[in-house]
Write a protein that binds this ligand. Sequence first.
Ligand code: ATP
Ligand code: MG
Length: 277
Amino acid sequence: MKGFHFTLSQRRRLKELGADSYVNLTFKNEKERDSVFDNLARSLEQKHKEALLNLLKITKRPLIRRLESKLIGALTSAGFVEVNTPFIIPREFIERMEIRETHKLWKQIFWLGDGRCLRPMLAPNLYHVMRLLRKFTKPVSIFEIGPCFRKESKGREHLEEFTMLNVVELAPDNEPFERLMEIINIVTKSAELSHYRLKNVKSEVYGKTTDVIIGENEIASAAVGPHPLDKKWGIFEAWAGVGFGVERLAMIKMDTKRIRHVARSLTYLDGASLDVQ
Ligand code: ATP
Ligand code: MG
């Protein structure tokens, strides 16, 4: 294309500051380009600085953590109980999910070398806890929110450590899919993200899932049981379950195109670059 483009380092800086839509601008000459870059970078840096000051002086907690608290509040108010399970899980849990060496997900697991791994999902732990709680009460309505780990060839929507919110109800009083929709609505309503759509998708683990989509992003995958996996976990009732990516929710709320801006990070805090003067 004719004209002058931003240099590689200018582009990198604009992307760091979240100005992806500007990186392909063209200019008459270098002087014009550099002057546009300087103005743009200065005003973006100012925005990031203001966002950091807002966190330091007013909000005190990043949006993603506040969102987590809100989701926990909405779910406990709706009768769900929070569980708190290990990040490190046995290989047997992966195998019992029928995730095999041929599966994409198998290759994404961080193995610890002693027959254990960092959990790539919450489902195995929730299956386990659900079986132990089902003798006390039914329905069993539980959720966990916390880190999961997957090797990812890095992209704008993928992190190697991300936060999953998994909500499940065993033996619901109404029809499982109907209950699933209610659960999705509790979460999306409390996140103030009610404009989602649903899409049926094939899944390596569950056979098929119903994905929850906002814009172009999958924010959650959901499924209902009974499912052939269940008997391996000592589960025999119907269930409804959904796993949300909390950073994906935060991305939409903060209107950022890059997930690492809202992720656990040493270079970003609450969507703002820490590398501004
Ligand atoms: P994707 O197709 O986007 O890679 P997935 O279908 O493999 O995701 P699931 O196993 O369905 O992911 O996990 C449930 C939710 O967790 C996803 O809908 C997504 O919001 C979130 N999630 C999964 N993997 C990641 C990741 N690497 N980084 C951030 N969020 C993730
Ligand atoms: Mg999915």
